[in-house]
Design a protein around this ligand. Structure first.
Ligand code: SF4
Length: 278
């Protein structure tokens, strides 16, 4: 596959986040080579080339670390979401190391970070993360456990096995880690084998699960359908979602695993940080 990478200048590094659980978001890259068919970021990406050839083009905000270096001195401390729009550990990070420089700057200056990624490259930065266990956490996304299914849904992403190995290493290093199971698509990755497998991994690693269903966004829906997903399986169905949620929560309860839906997550996160404050 032909990919292209270009360097651009960032005017700001930290953005105020619209997500209730975050104070800021930080995204060193626009566009994402993981090329997920369901990616909602397509509709929110300002770079035209990245938007028009999703998964094949990345804009690198090459000066982000120097901009961030000035911002961390003057901006109020808070919780920063790393990878809210694109995966900060996608392949180009191996060369540019902008995420590594950014999390180091943030943690050294008293900010807290929460990372979400599909890439085992995050293990490279364990030396930084292990120095700030109380101020950082890492979520690994698992959509499924089979390489075949992963190739359909997220053709540029590292294999599910490699992500599970990354989770193992995070757990071994006692980094606060969690699994994001989603997006769950009706008839695709809502089967008992996937549900039970992900809950069992979480139990074995003493991790927790946040899960969510597929949500329809304009460009993502077109990519999903073009990849062979049936439009009916993508439509909103509250009864199906209630059944799937109940099954996940029931399996988690049986194994003593903490699990909650994405919609409940911000309450959970807020209470976690409130516990630290009081
Ligand atoms: S890893 Fe995340 S940002 Fe990258 S394509 Fe997939 S869903 Fe989009």
């Amino acid at each position: 596959m032909m990919i292209s990478v270009k360097e651009i200048m960032a005017a700001r590094a930290l953005s105020k986040s619209g997500l209730p659980e975050l104070d800021y978001s930080l995204n060193p890259y626009l566009g994402c080579l993981h090329a997920c068919r369901y990616c909602f970021a397509v509709d929110f990406t300002s770079d035209r080339e990245a938007r028009e050839s999703w998964g094949k083009h990345v804009a690198v905000r090459s000066n982000i670390a120097s901009v961030l270096g000035r911002e961390v001195v003057r901006m109020p401390r808070g919780l920063v979401g790393i990878s809210t729009i694109t995966d900060a550990y996608q392949p180009v990070e191996g060369k540019y190391r902008l995420t590594r420089q950014s999390i180091k700057l943030l943690l050294e200056n008293g900010f807290r970070i929460t990372v979400q990624t599909k890439s085992p490259l995050v293990r490279r930065d364990l030396d930084i993360l292990s120095g700030y266990r109380g101020n950082s956490d890492v979520g690994i996304t698992l959509t499924c456990l089979s390489r075949d299914k992963s190739d359909l849904l997220e053709p540029g992403a590292p294999s599910p096995d490699s992500r599970v190995r990354a989770l193992e290493e995070l757990s071994y290093e006692k980094i606060n880690s969690w699994i994001f199971y989603g997006p769950i698509v009706r008839g695709f990755n809502d089967d008992p084998e996937t549900v039970n497998g992900i809950v069992e991994i979480s139990r074995a690693l003493n991790s927790r699960i946040i899960f969510d269903r597929y949500a329809s966004y304009h460009s993502a829906e077109a990519m999903m359908v073009a990849s062979g997903f049936d439009r009916n399986s993508l439509s909103h169905d509250s009864r199906w979602w209630s059944d799937v949620s109940t099954r996940i929560l029931e399996e988690a309860r049986k194994r003593g695993v903490m699990a909650n839906s994405q919609s409940e997550e911000w309450k959970n996160t807020t209470s976690l940080y409130q516990q630290k404050l009081f």
